[in-house]
Every structure is written in C-alpha cells, then in structure tokens.
Design a protein around this ligand. Structure first.
Ligand code: ASP
Length: 437
C-alpha cells in the first residue's frame, strides 16, 4: 500500500522526536560544536550537527522559493483578475477574514489567561519564582538582551513607512514579504492596465516560471520526511525541560488558546464561508502544518502552503497567491494570541495587574504587533517587547518566556499557516470560486 506523503512526514517527525529524546537523555550537554567531551558526547554532537545541517538545507531550499514565488504568483494573480474593482473586493474580503479572526484569537487568549491566571503564586512556587527572576537578571548579553536591543530600534511607525520598498531588488534580496507583496501589487496592476498584446508575453513568462517553482516545491516535499526528521531532532536534543515545568501553566494556557483557534475557530471559518468539510480542509493542509511545526517559520513554509491550498483545497491560483502571500506577513493569529497571553501572564507574575482599559488596548496592540512580526523562528518575540512596553510590563520578563518559547513557537507557527489556508478557502468560497476537491 502506498502511504500518503503527510503520513510519511508524520513518521519522520515522530522518529525525529524519538531520536532527539534519546540524544537529550544520553548527551548531558550537547553543544553546537563538538568540544572536548567524551567519545560518546562527541558522537552525539556529530549526529546532532549533521541533522541540523540537513534540516537547515531543507528549510533553506524552501526559503529559496518563497520570495520569487510571491512576486510571480501575485503579479499573475492581479494581472488575471483583470479589473481593479475585483482586486479591491478580494482585498477587502481578505482583510475582513484576517482581522476578524485575529481579534477573536486575541479575545480568546485574554479570556483564558484571566481565567487560569498562570502567573499567580499558586502556579509558580517561591523557589521557581526566585529562579525565574534570577534568569532575567543574568540575561545580559544573552538571547533576551539581544531581543530587547533589537526592539529598541523597531519603531512601529517605521514599520508602516517600510511597507514601501525603495528598491525592488533589495526587497527581494532581503526576502521582505510585505514589500514584495506591495511591489507585486503595483506591477500586477500596471500589467493589467496595459494592452493584452504588451502584457501577454510577460504573463506567459511569469506563468512558466511560476509552474517551474511549484514543481520544485513538489520535489522538495518528497524529501520532507527526512527534512522534518532532521529539523526536529536537534530541537528535542537540546530542549531544557526544567523551564517547561516551571512555566507549565503559562505553556498550557497558550496551547489551550492555540487549540481553540485550530479546532474551533478555523473549522467554523471554512464551514461558514466555504461549506468545506473540516476533514477535507485538515487533510489538504497537513503537509504545510507539519513543515511549519518542524521549521517554526511560516515564511519558509509559504511555498508548501501555496502548493497545498492550490492543489488540495481547490482554491484558484490567483486567490491562493493573493491571500497566502499577504497572510504569511499579516495573518498571524497564533502569534497575536501568544503576545496577549504573555503580556497578561507577566503582569500577573510581577503583580502589576492590568486594568480592563489596558487589556482592551492590548487587543489592538497584539493584533498590530503580530502583523509586524516576521514569520521566522521566535519572530514574535521582538514585537512582544513592544507590546509589553505599551502596557508598562517589565520587558526583561521575556527572558523567562524565551526559555520555553521554542515549543510554543512550533505550535503557533502551525496556527499561523493554517490561518492563511483557512482564509484562502473562505475568500474563495465567499467569491463562489472554490472548486470541488
Ligand atoms: N515563528 C512564527 C512564524 O513563523 C512567528 C512567531 O514567532 O510567532 O509564524
């Protein structure tokens, strides 16, 4: 019997977790370079590093596709829409789905974190509390200090300004999703306004290249079972379990919120707007979800998301490219939920309760911050610092959250990617353009 690809990827993932756990148990401290450890430790370090390299190769080959595919697919999408009113309608529907789901996601997160109160002393005992506070003071020069530093140079107003690229090649070279989308919209509109005799040859070239890139994605996905195995092994091998236990209540609150988004909100969206059976939806998008989980990057997963939505869910190519490319940057419900929950959790931890008005402002800030977050591992952390500042919660708190963020990041990336697919299906259904699958 021929096994479907998503099952093979799932097996790769499970094996990766198993090997990672074994490495974690046997190699007391596996460093990224083989040090002067014992023979066993060096062997473990070698295996871990080999997996990291192969996993990175897999991820990089997907990243390689992301920027050009957005540019070409979006130009084609907008060019083939033909008239600008249709583009406006598509844009409005897409934004409606993105923002309504983001507000509901943040609302659910806030409800949960106020209900569970994971930052209260009943969940974090005196000893754990002291350790956590210590981790924030010794964080100078470490990851959290870097994140806080980075956030200082991030001005939310600049994010708005930077939507417009100054140089198309620079935007492509940096892989700045939002700038590439803006550029593609401009070129697409211009092409659609030209006489067909002038624009047709350009569309033909774009079409050919687009299909070639989709073919590359299909090829890369054949290697996905090995790719996810290699991505997940080093993560599990170097996972610190202590922090996860100390912040168990916070982690479970975030996971519960993400679960509600995945199993309640998105199914409702695809059923209400597109009447698509939930099973069909989840089966169609499963490959992208597995890649998102193991890569923690919705930007790197984008080519797989586009291919899955187009080939498995019956969404026309132009709607797929339009919604998924915008979504990869602007639709991050999982990140928005985490940022809201983290802010309230830290306010509880520091006993600086947020008023109702502050929590209401948090809804808006978290939605905007998620849009500003890049779709890369821990991309939501820099904007979290800005969210914390906006409500006056000490930003050093992120040192504690960073310690457990790896696993949560994997889960919310799945949500971010699923959200793009749900939005594409919903918009196609709303437009009456969903093909039967
Ligand atoms: N890793 C997430 C993504 O790529 C962003 C985040 O850190 O929340 O979607």
């Amino acid at each position: 019997m021929k096994l479907a690809l998503h099952w093979k990827i799932l097996i790769g993932l499970a094996l990766g977790v198993g090997v990672g756990l074994a490495l974690n148990a046997f190699g007391a401290d596996i460093k990224s370079t083989a040090g002067e450890g014992t023979f066993a430790q060096n062997t473990l370090a070698f295996i871990t590093n080999l997996n990291r390299v192969i996993g990175d190769l897999f991820k990089r080959s997907l990243q390689f596709i992301a920027a050009p595919i957005i540019l070409m697919a979006m130009c084609l999408a907008i060019g083939s829409l033909g008239d600008l009113r249709q583009l406006g309608r598509l844009g409005a529907k897409t934004m409606f789905i993105f923002y309504s789901t983001a507000f509901i996601a943040v609302g659910m997160g806030l409800a949960l974190v106020n209900l569970v109160r994971p930052g209260d002393p009943r969940f974090i005992g005196e000893e754990a509390r002291a350790k956590l506070i210590e981790s924030t003071t010794t964080a100078a020069g470490s990851a959290s200090a870097r994140v806080i530093d980075l956030s200082k140079s991030t001005n939310p107003w600049d994010l708005l300004r930077d939507v417009m690229p100054t140089n198309p090649f620079d935007a492509l070279a940096r892989g700045d999703m939002l700038q590439i989308v803006v550029m593609a919209i401009l070129i697409g509109i211009a092409l659609s306004l030209l006489p067909r005799a002038t624009s047709d040859p350009v569309f033909k070239v774009l079409e050919g290249l687009n299909e070639a890139f989709i073919l590359i994605v299909r090829g890369i996905m054949r290697l996905a079972p090995i790719g996810v195995f290699c991505l997940i092994t080093p993560i599990v091998a170097t996972l610190g379990v202590d922090a996860l236990i100390a912040l168990g209540a916070y982690c479970l609150t975030v996971l519960a919120g993400l679960g509600l988004i995945l199993f309640v909100m998105y199914p409702a969206v695809v059923v209400i707007f597109a009447r698509m059976p939930v099973r069909t939806f989840f089966r169609g998008i499963s490959q992208a979800q597995l890649v998102a989980f193991s890569s923690s990057s919705s930007a790197a997963t984008l080519p797989v998301t586009i291919q899955n939505v187009r080939d498995n869910l019956g969404v026309p190519p132009e709607i797929t490219s339009f919604v998924c490319a915008m979504g990869a940057k602007m639709n991050m419900d999982g990140t928005a939920l985490m940022q809201a929950v983290a802010a309230v959790f830290l306010s509880q931890f520091y006993a600086q309760e947020l008023s109702l008005a502050q929590q209401l402002s948090l809804v808006l800030t978290a939605v905007v911050a998620a849009i500003g977050s890049p779709g890369i591992p821990s991309g939501g952390m820099v904007m979290l610092v800005i969210v914390l500042r906006s409500v006056g919660v000490p930003a050093e708190g992120i040192a504690m959250i960073l310690a457990v963020d790896r696993v949560l990041d994997m889960c919310r990336t799945v949500i971010n990617v699923t959200g793009d697919a749900a939005a594409a299906v919903a918009v196609a259904g709303w437009e009456g353009r969903l093909a039967k699958v």
